[in-house]
Each structure stands twice: as structure tokens, then as C-alpha cells.
Design a protein. Structure first.
Length: 387
């Protein structure tokens, strides 16, 4: 209960900062506050971006007047085009993973796909409180569709801290540069999208470097990197089973989940519940906990995003959570737009708010293996400093 009170207090304080200058002022004050777009302001005329800003601002005011469980705000996305926003999602759920030869030998799959009893699980859990070093590393993916790499790296860092008692900031850029994606799972690879499962498979085979150690240029993979961590395996959870996701977050740690992130750009605070049952899953994020909001009385997932600490609740989102596997289920009618590898089906079922339970995975870290990796990386780093 203490973590819920603390989170609510932070949200209340955050609500006082709903960007007074840019929300009530001119487009010029907005530009002065937020600087240049990651895509470059020059990619669209000043007048066009000013009109987009005014449109977003009107949407924020109209939404907040409705008194829903979450608030919107003008933020650094408010003068972006729909196409620019869409390119920031860059993830497609890997429903083809069960037949993917690159990862099958390290993937652990649950065979019991029935709904499980969640009554004995903790009523709330937040790994961002207990794993407070790695949970604080909120990244911004910039204009690259690398949410899959950011989410996977965050999971590796937090599970590393959980298993080893310490954390190393790892290189998500290495995953963007080096993860192969021949079946086009999640996109064409790199900034054009891939999956967390592919990222975990790469980390198992090749390891992953510390962020300050990995060096590359022009997006080319540096195959000679020293590794700071590897994964022993990863587990994919049963599809569209929110009870299994809750159990995994409660007992194992943070889990990479896939969602429809198209409605998140203007999110400021509160419990988001803006996705219809029929939705397109297109974005990878990291579920770090769950709880119940005392104001709206909604159950929620605590989610870390990849759009910087100045978005949402200091880089985090609370997403409505359902207590039944069959709640809020619909159809993803555009799997080619947002999900799947090559030869995707015409439609797929999705469950949970924004499809949150449709595809999820987490890594397992071997303490002995992790310690060995750390020792080797430290030796290499010390050697480099003596050169």
C-alpha cells in the first residue's frame, strides 16, 4: 500500500506541471520549451506544424474536460504528424516465434494455458521501487523505431539487478545494430522494428555490452564487443492470458509486453483506458509492476516506455488492468501493419487493454554466468584504459 501512496503523491505533484507555457501559450513558446523535432522541424512547414500543435492542444483540452481516469497534456509530440508518430512505435508482436529456429532452443514455453488463480498473489507489486537503480534508466528512442530494443534492454538490466544485486547500464544500440531479423518479425530490423524475443536470443548467443563500452559507426554491428551480461534463457507467456502475465510480474520480475501505443502520445498521468477491444498491437514496453489507483479505483499495469523521462509519469504509464483473461478481448484486423513475421494471417485475437496480454516475454539471468561476464568485461575495460 505504501508504494501506491507514494505513486499517487508523485502523480499529484506531476499534475501541477502540465506545461503551463506551452499549453496555454503560443506555438513559439512551445518550440522554445521543446526544441527541435527528432525528425527536424524543417521536414514540414512552420504553418503546418503550428496547425498540428493547435489541433493537439484542442484535443488535450477536450479530453481533460471529460473527467476520465487519465489526463493528457501538450508535450514534445504535439506538433508531429501522424506518420512521424507511427514511426516511433516500430514493433510488431512475434506470433511466429514458436516456429522461429533462431530462438527455439533457448525459449521456455508454458504448456498450461488455462486461467490461473491469482488470489494468492500480492495485491500490488512494483519492481521500480526495489530495483531502483536499473528502473531509473528511462531512455528515449528518438526517431528510431527501436522500442523493442529499449524494452528488451530494460528487462535485461532489471533482471540483472534482481539476480546479481547490482546493475550495469547495457547497450540497446548494440541490439539495434546486431540483431538479425531474416523473417522480418516486427519489421525489417534495426530502427525499422524487430522483437524482444529476437533481442533475448541474440543476448544468449553473443552477450550484450555495457552502454559505455559498445562502440559502432554508421549502424554497423561491432562483433568484437566485450560482453557484460548474457541470458540463460527467456520465457514467452501464453497468448492473451492476463492472469499468467500478472503471475510472472508478481513472482519473476519485469516483463516485456506488446501494446497498441497509438493513443499514448498525449498521455500525461492517471490510468490509461483509451483502447477499444479491436486494436492493432504495434509497440513494445516494459511492465514493471501493477497496483490499484485509489482515485479511479482502477487496477493498473505500471509500464515503462521509451519516449524519455519528460513524457507521461516521468517516463512511465499506468495502463488499465483486467482481472479476467477473457475481459476486453477483440480482433487485430491489421496484423501486417503492426504484428507478425512474414506470411501473417489476416487477423488475430487480442486481449487486455491495448492488447497488453497478447505477447509477452522475460529473460532469466544465471548469477554465475552474469558474474563471469562482469569480470571479463571489467578486465577488458581496465586493459583498454592502460593502453
Amino acid at each position: 500500500m505504501a508504494s501506491t501512496i507514494i505513486l499517487s503523491t508523485l502523480v499529484s505533484l506531476s499534475a501541477l506541471q502540465i506545461i503551463s507555457a506551452s499549453q496555454s501559450g503560443s506555438y513559439e513558446s512551445f518550440r522554445a520549451t521543446h526544441g527541435g523535432s527528432v525528425f527536424g522541424r524543417g521536414t514540414l512547414s512552420y504553418e503546418a506544424r503550428r496547425d498540428l500543435f493547435q489541433q493537439r492542444k484542442d484535443e488535450v483540452l477536450a479530453h481533460n474536460a471529460r473527467g476520465l481516469s487519465w489526463k493528457m497534456a501538450v508535450n514534445h509530440f504535439s506538433d508531429h504528424t501522424d506518420e512521424e508518430l507511427k514511426s516511433l512505435l516500430g514493433y510488431r508482436r512475434d506470433m511466429g516465434r514458436r516456429g522461429a529456429p533462431a530462438s527455439s532452443f533457448i525459449e521456455i514455453q508454458g504448456h498450461d494455458e488455462g486461467e490461473i488463480d491469482i488470489s494468492k498473489l500480492a495485491k500490488e507489486k512494483d519492481w521500480s521501487s526495489s530495483l531502483n537503480t536499473s528502473s531509473s534508466w528511462v531512455r528515449s528512442q528518438g526517431g528510431c523505431g527501436s522500442c523493442w530494443a529499449v524494452a528488451a534492454t530494460g528487462a535485461l538490466e532489471m533482471h540483472m539487478e534482481k539476480a546479481l544485486g547490482h546493475a550495469t547500464r547495457l547497450s540497446h544500440q548494440q541490439l539495434v545494430d546486431c540483431v538479425l531479423n531474416p523473417m522480418h518479425c516486427g519489421g525489417k530490423g534495426g530502427c525499422d522494428g524487430a522483437t524482444a524475443e529476437l533481442a533475448f536470443g541474440y543476448a544468449k548467443q553473443s552477450g550484450i555490452s555495457a552502454d559505455d563500452v559498445y562502440k559502432s559507426s554508421d549502424g554497423k554491428c561491432n562483433a568484437n564487443h566485450p560482453s557484460s551480461l548474457s541470458v540463460a534463457a527467456f520465457k514467452t507467456l501464453p497468448i492473451n492470458k492476463e492472469s499468467h502475465l500478472l503471475s510472472a510480474v508478481a513472482t519473476h520480475g519485469p516483463v516485456v509486453v506488446s501494446v497498441d501505443g497509438g493513443g499514448f502520445f498525449g498521455y500525461h498521468n492517471g490510468v490509461f483506458s483509451g483502447c477499444e477491444k479491436d486494436t492493432v498491437v504495434n509497440h513494445a514496453v516494459l511492465a514493471v509492476g501493477y497496483g490499484k489507483d485509489p482515485s479511479s479505483q482502477k487496477d493498473y499495469w505500471h509500464i515503462r516506455n521509451s519516449w524519455g523521462a519528460d513524457w507521461g509519469e516521468k517516463g512511465f504509464l499506468r495502463l488499465e488492468r483486467h482481472t479476467s483473461d477473457s475481459a476486453h478481448c477483440g480482433i487485430d484486423n491489421k496484423p501486417k501493419d503492426g504484428v507478425f513475421c512474414d506470411d501473417a494471417p489476416a487477423s488475430v485475437p487480442v486481449c487486455g487493454m491495448c492488447g497488453v496480454s497478447s505477447d509477452s516475454a522475460y529473460p532469466t539471468i544465471s548469477p554465475r554466468q552474469g558474474s563471469l561476464r562482469k569480470s571479463v568485461a571489467s578486465l577488458v575495460k581496465n586493459y583498454e584504459s592502460l593502453k
